[in-house]
Design a protein around this ligand. Structure first.
Ligand SMILES: CCCCCCCCCC(=O)SCCNC(=O)CCNC(=O)[C@H](O)C(C)(C)COP(=O)(O)OP(=O)(O)OC[C@H]1O[C@@H](n2cnc3c(N)ncnc32)[C@H](O)[C@@H]1OP(=O)(O)O
Length: 181
């Protein structure tokens, strides 16, 4: 993958410890029912479903439908980036602090046809101050299927007031707050 130095944790950054209240081994569920990435009530959203087995990584699935096309029969690259962004957001959600995407990098390696189920694995590679460093990989149709997209990101921790100030409500974006208000 072509990585900028911005999404690589500084040398010597230790692996973070999983939060004791991280959801492990159970479906993570949506953080907000109308979220474009994970919300079951979003009519044209991606409806990502995910689980974590270790509190620091997430396995998410997204089936590409007709509404997600760019070129005929193929997923739009921005939709794929959204799926990656959402699955990365699920990792920082496990850390039980409010974060937003600061920088998201994507490499598109293969076309993704409509009907494909993308298996997206995301993980945290380090936390330094307010910054969480994250990586993603999306494979076609099987855990050992060909890699279609790789991603890397920096998420930045924000105060709860960020969502109230800019969006009119914290909603499900703040761990510990009511989910799906
Ligand atoms: C279960 C599911 C959970 C949730 C799923 C969520 C869905 C996916 C997540 C999203 O899509 S969130 C929506 C998209 N993102 C945004 O709307 C963020 C918009 N940007 C901002 O609000 C601000 O620019 C931001 C909070 C990111 C940073 O502003 P601040 O003024 O708070 O931070 P500041 O500039 O002081 O930087 C703090 C640190 O972050 C670093 N930083 C900030 N922006 C960066 C950037 N873009 N790239 C890399 N690093 C960045 C910055 O260098 C600095 O590092 P140091 O501490 O080492 O000095």
């Amino acid at each position: 993958m072509n990585r900028s130095t911005l999404t690589v944790p500084p040398a010597g950054t230790p692996q973070p410890e999983p939060h004791p209240e991280a959801s492990v081994g159970v479906p993570l569920g949506p953080h907000y029912a109308r979220c474009f990435g994970c919300g079951p009530d979003h009519p044209t959203g991606l409806h990502l479903e995910a689980v974590s087995h270790d509190g620091l990584s997430v396995h998410a699935e997204f089936t590409v439908g007709d509404l997600h096309q760019g070129a005929p029969g193929l997923a739009h690259g921005g939709v794929l980036a959204t799926a990656i962004d959402e699955a990365l957001g699920m990792v920082v959600w496990l850390l039980r602090k409010p974060y937003v995407t600061g920088r998201l990098e994507t490499d598109y390696l293969r076309p993704v046809p409509v009907g494909t189920t993308l298996l997206i694995t995301t993980r945290c590679t380090g936390v330094v101050g307010r910054k969480a460093y994250l990586e993603a990989e999306a494979r076609l149709d099987a855990p050992d299927g060909p890699v279609a997209v790789r991603g890397a990101a920096v998420f930045v921790e924000v105060p709860a007031a960020h969502f109230e100030r800019h969006g009119g409500g914290a909603g499900g974006m703040v761990p510990g707050r009511e989910v799906n208000p």
